[in-house]
Design a protein around this ligand. Structure first.
Ligand SMILES: [Zn+2]
Ligand SMILES: [Zn+2]
Length: 389
């Protein structure tokens, strides 16, 4: 029996400014954009960073069908949360209709979000103006502390601690509760309380984790961001089930985020580091939340037959080491069938025997688990890895 299912997709996870440095490729360089498809088909888009362009490009494709009802929530007006809007192709199509939500900024006055959109596209900053956007658009102003329903989903808002203000959103669907709390810094008693109210008992709690705890304590204090440790503390206090570390610093490379994730996992069991393309399904009752990356980012695979030894940690944290065949290999990764089920976003050592002129040679690779599925044979797991270095 399957209950209601909601699908959460990460299109942009980077904070402050996009990155194209290859050392940030694995987690991704687009700025915040998260999508939730609720069980009733309502589509929620949370923030309009550069990740929104990618979402728009998939519009109407099998992966992401066009939705009659799209609700776009903007947390605040900093560049990294609005910059994808002019590049969101569905806004130029008169067949589409969007309902936008954001707050009245004291710097902008009434209709803040509409003004932001118009000014973003004002000459000479953009080649066409706002009137080129033919989709129907409606704007609703929100305040912190509101709650209302959209379809069968309940929405709640709270103010968070961030320069010029930022709203956090809680979306309760029949498949589970998502809390989106990007761009917030601990240290203001009333706003800290808001964050806890918002995150209480959430199935998925997405929290700002831009800085290391030490940075946050000293030279990044007052910048409006948080750390993995704060996320863990809040998740523990309010019984959030899964924590997603979000809004990665543009100066954090993949190795740095690996480390942050590892530290967080030592303190809290269910943690993921948001990565571009990651999908989390809500609603599989009583099962641990599973995240996976669709094949598209590890595409261009070739059929192969390499003997390999794979060692790593299982989802339960046990060490394992086993022999297998690698049948599906690309320059960036491989799909490996294992009897063990490794932990998502953990590291695997893969030693492959490769034929050379002098016979077989062992090739040592470090892989990073991006995808876990049931294997074709019973009792096996198909594990997608990206080779790191
Ligand atoms: Zn931001
Ligand atoms: Zn911000």
């Amino acid at each position: 029996m399957t209950g209601p299912i909601a699908k959460l997709s990460f299109w942009g996870v980077r904070g402050s400014t996009p990155t194209v440095d290859p050392a940030t490729w694995r987690y991704g360089g687009n700025t915040p954009c998260v999508e939730l498809i609720a069980p009733d088909g309502t589509q929620f888009i949370l923030d309009c960073g550069t990740g929104l362009r990618m979402l728009g490009n998939r519009w109407g494709s099998g992966l992401n069908g066009a939705h009659a009802d799209t609700h776009i929530f903007v947390t605040h007006y900093h560049w990294d949360h609005i910059q994808g809007l002019p590049f969101f192709a569905p806004l130029y199509d008169e067949k589409n209709e969007f309902q936008f939500y954001s707050f009245r900024s004291k710097f902008l006055g009434p209709d803040s979000l509409r003004q932001v959109l118009e000014k973003q596209m004002a000459l000479p900053y953009f080649p066409v103006d706002f009137s080129a956007m033919n989709a129907r658009r409606k704007f609703r102003e929100l305040d912190g502390g509101e709650s209302f329903t959209i379809g069968e989903n309940r929405i709640a808002t709270r103010w968070l601690n961030h320069p010029q203000g930022c709203l956090g959103f809680r979306i309760e669907t029949p498949a589970g509760t998502l809390v989106y709390a990007t761009d917030n810094e601990p240290g203001d008693a009333a706003l800290d309380k808001n964050l806890r109210e918002l995150a209480a008992g959430a199935d998925i709690f997405i929290n700002d984790a831009q800085f290391a705890p030490a940075q946050l304590a000293v030279n990044r204090k007052g910048w409006g961001h948080s750390s993995w440790r704060e996320g863990v503390n809040v998740a523990r206090e309010v019984n959030a089930k899964t924590l997603v570390l979000f809004h990665h610093d543009p100066d954090s490379n993949d190795r740095g985020i690996d480390e942050i994730l590892q530290q967080a996992r030592e303190e809290f069991d269910s943690v993921f580091a948001a990565s571009e393309g990651m999908i989390i399904t809500l609603g599989s009752a009583n099962e641990p939340v599973q995240a996976h990356m669709p094949g598209s980012r590890t595409a261009l695979r070739r059929e192969a037959q390499f003997h390999a030894r794979v060692s790593g940690l299982t989802a339960e944290g046990q060490k394992f080491d086993e022999a297998t065949l690698v049948k599906d290999l690309s320059l960036q990764g491989a799909l490996i069938t294992l009897k063990h089920s490794p932990r998502m976003q953990s590291e695997l050592q893969v030693t492959m025997e490769t034929p050379t002129a002098d016979g077989l040679q062992a090739m040592q690779l470090r892989g990073y688990v991006v995808r876990i599925e049931e294997g074709a044979e019973q009792g096996t797991t198909a594990v997608g890895v990206v080779f790191t270095d």
